[in-house]
Design a protein around this ligand. Structure first.
Ligand SMILES: [Zn+2]
Length: 71
């Protein structure tokens, strides 16, 4: 097919899966990663909810990015 067909559905064709999957696996890796608490310097930072991170050692809560603490 020489003619490029760019319709509203064409943009979300077969190529939709790849990059999204890749992005998700990157996000998951960041959520599982342990982050160092700026206060007690222990790797106890865990994501409580989107943008909220808490140190399991000193219980201090931090506002961070939704999926990663140190970006
Ligand atoms: Zn701490």
């Amino acid at each position: 097919m020489a003619k490029k067909k760019v319709g509203s559905a064409g943009r979300f064709g077969a190529r939709y899966g790849g990059p999204i999957k890749h992005k998700l696996s990157k996000i998951e890796a960041k959520q599982k990663k342990k982050y160092t608490c700026p206060k007690c310097l222990k790797d106890k930072i865990k994501r409580v909810s989107a943008g909220i991170w808490q140190c399991k050692n000193c219980n201090v809560k931090f506002a961070g990015k939704a999926y990663a603490f140190d970006e």
